[in-house]
Design a protein around this ligand. Sequence first.
Ligand code: ASP
Ligand code: MG
Length: 418
Amino acid sequence: MALIVQKYGGTSVGSVDRIKNVARRIAKWHRAGHQVVVVVSAMSGETNRLIGLAKEIQASPDPRELDVVASTGEQVTIGLVAMAVQEEGLKAKSYTGPQVHVLTDSAFTKARILEIDEKKIRADLAAGYVVVVAGFQGADEHGNITTLGRGGSDTSAVAMAAALKADECLIYTDVDGVYTTDPRIVPEARRLTTVTFEEMLEMASLGSKVLQIRSVEFAGKYKVRLRVLSSLTGADLPLAEEAQSGTLITFEEDTPMEKAVISGIAFSRDEAKITLTRVPDRPGIAYQILGAIADANIDVDMIVQNISVDGTTDFSFTVHRNEYGKAMQVLQSTVQPVIQARQIIGDPMICKVSVVGIGMRSHVGIASLMFRTLSEEGINIQMITTSEIKISVVVEDKYMELAVRALHKAFGLEQAAA
Ligand code: ASP
Ligand code: MG
């Protein structure tokens, strides 16, 4: 007997029929002798609708009240799912986040979970109940309702699994796992049977948005065994088969030796590059430039500074394309008068393509294969950054798909052993 946390996202509970399907799946696991805690999202579209209502009243809604409104979608789903499970002939009980003491900080609309009191849930499980808990929500120490940020029920599920020391946390979603790259760009992309947490974090932050990134960090920190799998396969799939499906997110020490060197090609569109040429090379320059950008609440991604020639250097960085205009304006108005760069050059039509894999730690030649592949396609590399398990390049936007396809092929990702 295992203790399993299952999370169903908005699409999976998007209609009454789908909820009945979810209930059949839950019943299958329960009947096989497992204890099941279910974490659910609001029905698809519901959170958007609720936020929309709030915005019809206040252009930028009061965050505390917005959370009161936005958290209600999940309360509907837990009740419906519990009823559907009861209709399967099982005992089921639903709880909102605050009812099971999902304690968070007070950062409304993006709160962090601090603690969960799992005692009540354990008692219910021991009494044979399926327990259904609302994702995305909690309460702070004063009892104010909070939400965890969009997509936050992934994090609720992982936190619940950590608190209960669950054997596995299954995230049911509308894709059947994590892929070597986006199959819409490379039809030969392959589902990974395993991927490590570190790789998953790199891939998620690079735009492969299968899971809320915070949930992956949480799972890594608390060593939660996490699996992403499809909720669209038949609920009657034999349990043994379902339990092995999807993608298991592993810890490096559990990773098979023969794992491919590279796990995937990630990319993010919608980036913009800014270069300040001939800035004086003296202490405090990077701070003056990026401090002003940070004060304007703009996230910076890649940063490259050249060596200095004649006491000046070139300084480049990337931001999200939506923030490009704002960043340029901050530079012109507050930074330029102080540092007097020769020029501020911006390019909002770039993208980032990355090769990700923990095998990079122990294999040489990854960077050279990457650069050779891009050169053979005639794609110019504008910036390069690396981490221990990732190499990223900035290229012109129009080459993104070509670069992803060529790299996917060059690294043999269609056929590599997973
Ligand atoms: N219902 C929330 C949202 O739409 C949380 C979630 O789905 O994970 O963002
Ligand atoms: Mg989601």
